[in-house]
Ligand binder design. Structure first.
Ligand code: NAD
Length: 467
């Protein structure tokens, strides 16, 4: 008999790369296949359980998450570098996602429709899909998995979850909490390992009926190429190159503070991070000064964490050097933090003299780097903000209500912010992007039901009572 060898993954703290924080055994391909089979079997019972009871398990999990908030946030913070307050915020957000979707178990799953015949009744019923593959990135190790897994489960699907290997320990902690909350065996199955190996098994399996993926455009495209022709349901949430516009009539202090928050929060490692800002010429100099002032307030190592991994660190520095090489002017930051060389710390970085043919204007950096542009007027700002292959989120800072409404209509993005930073999501609101930022149904809110269920139309003949 051929025994497959189990690989061990050791995790290090990106804030102090010599600190080992734990180990995990990775799954093999055959174990992944076994988990898909187990998930398919568990679907038979789980899909027939009352949705109210399914929702109650999510409610229990929400409470457990709050009880475990500190150890979970500490572990996740050490594993991927987000600061502890940022991670505590994410755990709380996870609990609110669970509370929202737990209530879905009590909501209507269809509607009664009129029939042309007086002897017929027609109604619709939303039904689960079967085994769903959930494939998640490392940058929100708690919130993103929960906003996929919670709706998948409450609507009656079973899940095989492949988290990013960068957050294997945090993901295992979460999976264990699902068990503690009373989820029956194999309703949620975690598979730990590299995406190129195990993710491939998931997307190719005919037993997997739907794939919900958040991650890079490159991997999203591979999923589309492999799974698209199989007619599986596919939801892809991909990258962003999110623009903010600051008009001359804006509250400039608010605009500058929010733009830096949007660019640097979570060390810029958010798909919705602000990565381009277009400033109207009359206030350009004043706003640039304010952006620098705000960037100076950031205490790297205290209020801003490290990049999540060596690969992230190298990628971000490579983007910075390329921008300099292409003629952009670094006016703030632009290098690793010398006093924090034990971790993957990079300074908050601001560039001016950026043109739209430079990579910095086009490619997602996924780090604390902001490209600053001067524009003649609102029209030029809208044209340049829309000049991107991505379409996730955008902000406008203005006190002119007509321009704000005009921007809502003309910005080519899924998420529009008025006088606020480009990030931010609440569980009851649909989330997702246009263009290369995603495809398939939106996530969260009632949109999640669209993706994680399909619709049956039922016609019952002979309903008239006749003596
Ligand atoms: P990634 O694409 O490298 O990995 C995402 C997941 O896909 C991981 O679990 C990985 O193991 C898996 N994977 C890798 N290769 C695979 C394959 N061939 N088949 C199946 N699965 C595979 O992304 P990442 O580096 O973890 O995350 C960062 C990216 O995620 C950024 O581009 C960011 O913009 C994006 N992101 C998007 C959103 C959104 O909602 N739009 C949210 C967060 C992050």
């Amino acid at each position: 008999m051929v025994m497959s060898v189990r690989e061990i993954r050791v995790q290090f703290n990106p804030a102090n790369t010599s600190e080992c924080i734990g180990k995990i055994e990775l799954d093999t391909i055959s174990e992944t296949e076994e988990k898909i089979d187990a998930s398919e079997e568990a679907f038979q019972k789980w899909s027939r359980m009352s949705s109210v009871a399914r929702g109650e398990i999510l409610q229990t999990l929400a409470n457990l998450l709050i009880e475990h908030m500190e150890p979970l946030a500490e572990l996740a913070s050490k594993e991927m570098g987000k600061t502890l307050p940022e991670m505590i915020g994410e755990v709380k957000r996870g609990a609110s996602i669970l509370r929202y979707f737990s209530q879905e178990g009590m909501r209507a799953t269809g509607e009664v429709l009129p029939s042309a015949s007086d002897d017929k009744m027609i109604y619709t019923k939303r039904v689960p899909l079967g085994v769903v593959a959930v494939i998640t990135p490392w940058n929100f190790p708690i919130a993103i998995p929960l906003w996929k897994i919670a709706p998948a489960l409450v609507y009656g699907n079973t899940v095989v979850w492949k988290p990013s290997i960068e957050v294997a320990l945090t993901s295992q902690y979460m999976a264990d909490l699902f068990v503690k909350a009373g989820l029956p065996d194999h309703v949620l199955n975690i598979v730990q390992g590299r995406g190129s190996k195990l993710g491939k098994v998931l997307i190719e399996s005919p037993k997997v009926k739907a794939i919900s993926f958040t991650g890079s455009n490159a991997v999203g495209q591979q999923i589309l190429d492999v799974a698209g022709p199989t007619k599986k349901k596919i939801q892809l949430e991909l990258g962003g190159k999110n623009a903010a516009i600051i008009l001359a009539d804006a509250d400039l202090d608010l605009a500058a503070a929010k733009t830096i928050e949007g660019a640097m929060k979570q060390t810029g490692q958010r798909c919705t991070a602000t990565s381009r800002v277009y400033i109207e010429a009359p206030v350009y100099d004043a706003v640039v000064e304010k952006l620098i002032e705000n960037a100076k307030q950031i205490k790297v190592g205290v209020t801003m964490g490290p990049l999540a991994s060596k690969q992230q660190f190298e990628n971000v520095l490579e983007h910075i050097e390329r921008a300099k090489g292409q003629g952009a002017k670094c006016i703030f930051g632009g290098k690793p933090v010398a006093e924090l060389s034990e971790g993957y710390f990079v300074e908050p970085t601001l560039f001016t003299n950026v043109t739209h043919d430079m990579d910095l204007a086009k490619e997602e950096v996924f780090g604390p780097v902001l490209a600053i542009f001067k524009v003649a007027d609102y029209e030029e700002a809208v044209r340049l903000a829309n000049d991107s292959d991505f379409g996730l989120s955008a902000s406008i800072y203005t006190t002119n209500i007509q321009k704000a409404f005009d921007f809502i209509d003309r910005s080519e993005v899924g998420l529009v912010q008025i006088n606020d930073e480009t990030g931010g999501a609440e569980p009851q609101a649909p989330f997702g992007g246009m263009k290369n930022s995603g495809t398939g149904a939106r996530e969260q809110g009632q949109a999640a039901k669209e993706f994680f269920t399909t619709l049956k139309t039922i016609t019952i003949n002979g309903i008239q009572y006749k003596e």
